[in-house]
Design a protein around this ligand. Structure first.
Ligand code: ADP
Ligand code: G6P
Length: 483
């Protein structure tokens, strides 16, 4: 029977070896959390990097590693430290990531890392060819693997290949600065269907294809030789039930089975019933606007001093790509900002910011979502931002206010939240005032609409829509060839 082959750099689990024992932890990031739900409900094989380098895996543990991955429906692509350096920390996260998020000044253009990127993409393509049959459907994910579709198509012209980009596709003016822009576009065009989170990213991509490759684009279809490639937007949803059910269970927890975090948050609520908890959760990434958010919060405290001791900002930042210098600098900047703001405003009974720099288990994420009165998510640029959707899904009593950056892909579907420009501190401060004072009825009215939409356009629907479109596209292409 035909199956789906999912392929991404990051697998849904990350393996570690401690004292000869293999442990698996869930991966953080929208791609992994979203696709995990799709993968667990289907007969698919997920190919990717295990998080361990070749040098880290003793020969005798290799079979155990493969077995551990098989239990999660996964298969690994082995990468050396040098490959991870050039492909992952290098071209993927020092060239493409900053460029696609409009941080042009952070982008490094090095031919050595481009060469490694190509070689590693070929490794992923080979892994697909080795692990799949002719009629399997191949679904390639994200900016780390943009050359894979062309590499697979070259060997398997009849395969149905889908590609989904989880980050923004930048405007032509930004994309054209990349020395290897044409190679990247040709790589993507090996797919039969190319999906983006929003219509804007789709439009930017089509414009680059037209202007850089001079190809004929009619509406959202591209003609290349004897093939028709479809380009479309599919805004990714969340596993709505997983989050809303977890929140319901969370509320029923008795003191005995509450987590330490839930207990502490409850104590905080009881001792300061009028104080508002403001939450932000992101990977520690410059695209998320964490430093600006802290400055905006400081601005708010200065502009509206009457709210001192009445609000608390919880920042949960997950360590991410810490070998890349920009991430190390950002970590330092955030540490200093938190220290400065807490030093300036704290009183004996109040610390304005609680800052956690770590990954947390799912239960604790739910503790934070359900205990917070306001979510403040201010990315400077974000492909989607699933955290915004997860926050709303956990609000079982429909209270809570979401303040969300217009620069997040999810803002397109979340008009009922308070949308802000992350560079406009006055607007953020005013939105905080509006959120703090918003009547419960208004919160509930806004969240009722948001929840209905998120429940309907959940991650399952997203994956089904993409798959349906991919299979239709394969049919169209076959008919086109046989004409
Ligand atoms: P990105 O993909 O850029 O990291 P998203 O907001 O789309 O941003 O996705 C982040 C995902 O990672 C969410 O599904 C969220 O639940 C998960 N996540 C974020 N922070 C943590 C954390 N501290 N611990 C565990 N999971 C987290
Ligand atoms: C974003 C990217 C994903 C990536 C995730 C976490 O969501 O779109 O491809 O997996 O961030 O980043 P990491 O570098 O840890 O895989």
């Amino acid at each position: 029977m035909a199956k789906t082959i999912i392929i991404s750099n990051r697998l849904p689990v990350q393996l570690q070896i401690e004292n000869g024992h293999i442990t698996a932890t869930p991966s953080v990031g929208g791609l992994a959390t979203g696709m995990k739900s799709v993968h667990s409900g289907s007969d698919s094989l997920w190919i990717g990097w295990s998080g361990l380098t070749k040098e880290n895996i003793p020969k005798e543990l290799e079979p155990k590693i493969d077995k551990a991955l098989r239990e999660h429906g996964c298969s690994k692509v082995s990468l050396t430290e040098e490959e991870i350096e050039g492909f992952y920390f290098g071209f993927s996260n020092r060239t493409i990531w900053p460029l696609f998020h409009y941080f042009l000044e952070y982008s490094e253009f090095e031919s050595a890392s481009w060469e490694t990127f190509k070689a590693v993409n070929q490794k992923f393509a080979d892994a697909i060819l080795k692990n799949s049959k002719d009629d399997d459907v191949i679904w390639v994910h994200d900016y780390q693997l943009m050359l894979v579709p062309e590499m697979v198509k070259a060997k398997r012209p009849n395969a149905a290949i889908g590609f989904f980009l989880h980050v923004p596709f930048p405007s032509y003016e930004i994309f054209r600065t990349l020395p290897w822009r044409k190679e990247i576009l040709r790589g993507l065009l090996g797919a039969d269907l190319i999906g983006f989170h929003t219509y804007d990213y789709e439009r930017h991509f089509l414009s680059s294809v037209r202007r850089l490759l001079g190809l004929e684009v009619s509406f959202n279809e591209i003609n290349v030789d004897d093939r028709v490639i479809k380009v479309d937007s599919f805004p990714m949803g969340i596993d709505y039930k997983k989050f809303s059910n977890a929140a319901k269970v969370h509320q029923k927890n008795t003191t005995e089975n509450q987590s330490e975090l839930q207990r502490r948050l409850n104590v905080h609520k009881e001792s300061t019933p009028d104080a508002k908890l403001i939450l932000s959760i992101d990977r520690l990434d410059y695209s998320k606007g964490i430093a600006k958010r802290l400055k905006a919060f400081e601005y708010f405290l200065n502009k509206f001093p009457e709210y001192k001791e009445k609000v608390r900002l919880i920042i949960l930042a997950v360590p991410s790509r810490s070998n890349v210098p920009q991430y190390q600098l950002l970590k330092k900047e955030i540490d200093e900002l938190v220290g400065r703001i807490n030093g300036e405003f704290s009183t004996v009974s109040w610390t304005p910011i609680w800052y956690f720099y770590r990954s947390m288990p799912f239960e604790n994420l739910i503790d934070l979502y359900t205990s917070s009165d306001i979510a403040l998510l201010t990315p400077i640029r974000d492909g989607m931002n699933l955290v915004a959707k997860e926050y709303i899904a956990t609000r079982t009593d429909k209270t809570g206010v979401l303040i969300l950056s217009e620069m997040a892909g999810s803002a397109n579907e979340m008009n009922e939240s308070l949308l802000i420009n992350p560079n406009n501190f006055d607007q953020i401060a005013d939105a905080l005032i509006q959120a703090i004072n918003m009547p419960k009825e208004e919160q509930m009215a806004r969240n009722t609409i948001l929840q209905k939409r998120l429940e309907r356009y959940n991650v399952e629907k997203w994956a089904n829509d993409f798959m349906k479109s991919l299979l239709e596209q394969r049919e169209t292409t076959h008919q086109y060839i046989s004409k």
